[in-house]
Design a protein around this ligand. Structure first.
Ligand code: SAM
Length: 267
């Protein structure tokens, strides 16, 4: 997979030389290139911003500079299998489903905004050219720039590429996986630490009971911490044991889905 990141702070991306992403780059699983947007500025000061038309605070990133950079990186015409990612607080939420989808895209180009953001015509222009453009938000808060968002996207996507995480099994039961649950609590040695012991079932060596306990814990955690995720559970994925546990936790499985309490759905 190839990922190009365009930024006015290329140094921001040095952590991507470390750990699993760094290794993926060294072994060639991930071809990550970081570009300085100012290389496409045309004046002596390498200016990339200007004041907002219509007035107001702050500065806006210029479409002409972004246009030069993106034309060069996206290519003309842009090859199929290329997607332009623009981090912005007004984008659609970046989730594990988004990461899974992007992990199957051969070439991502991430455009990091700064100041008040990138002139809106940039996204509009490349969409009109037929380029897949996705505006993504990390969450409902405002960062100073798109670099942190780009780091998040690169890491979340890269770890899904085959061969990046040593044991692919470790991706299966994670939070926000296919089951739609938070992960169960995890423990390691020593089994007794200070006044805390681990749940005895984990020392039983009984794989079936351990799997059941972990699934129960995942439901309990999800119900307690993320009721919004409970509502998205798929009834067909829930066995009788799950349904009984959900009832104890205060959730009902109805034709319309999983709902709090003993709510029933009107005809
Ligand atoms: N004026 C913009 C607004 O109110 O929507 C905020 C601009 S923000 C200060 C500068 C840049 O940070 C954005 O262009 C974007 O690249 C990035 N950014 C800030 N918050 C973000 C978020 N929640 N998700 C993704 N990117 C974000």
């Amino acid at each position: 997979m190839r990922i190009d990141v365009v930024t006015i702070f290329p140094e921001y991306f040095s952590p991507l030389d470390l750990s699993l992403v760094g290794k993926a780059r060294t072994t060639g699983l991930l071809d990550l290139r970081v570009h300085d947007l100012r290389d496409w500025a045309t004046d002596r000061h390498r200016t990339v911003d200007d004041s907002p038309l219509g007035g107001g605070a702050g500065m806006v990133m210029r479409p002409d500079v972004w246009g030069q950079a993106l034309d060069a990186i996206l290519g003309s015409p842009t090859a199929p299998g290329t997607e332009l990612i623009i981090p912005t607080p007004s984008g659609s939420p970046f989730t594990q489903r988004t990461a899974e989808r992007l992990a199957a895209v051969p070439h991502l180009v991430v455009a990091c905004g700064r100041y008040e953001g990138i002139d809106a015509r940039v996204a509009e222009h490349y969409r009109a050219q037929g380029v897949a453009v996705t505006e993504l938000s990390l969450g409902d808060y405002v960062l100073n720039g798109g670099e942190v968002a780009a780091l998040v996207v690169v890491e979340a996507v890269a770890r899904l590429l085959p061969g990046v995480v040593g044991n692919p099994e470790s991706l299966v039961e994670e939070s926000h996986g296919a089951a739609g649950l938070l992960e169960y609590p995890v423990y390691t040695r020593p089994p007794q630490w200070r006044e805390h012991t681990v749940p005895p079932v984990l020392l039983s060596g009984h794989h079936g009971r351990i799997a059941r306990w972990r699934r129960d814990q995942a439901f309990e955690r999800t119900a307690a911490l993320r009721p919004d995720l409970m509502r998205r559970l798929v009834p067909g994925d829930l066995d009788e044991h799950d349904r009984n546990l959900l009832a104890v936790l205060g959730w009902s499985v109805t034709d319309a889905g999983v709902v709090p309490g003993s709510e029933t759905v009107a005809d």
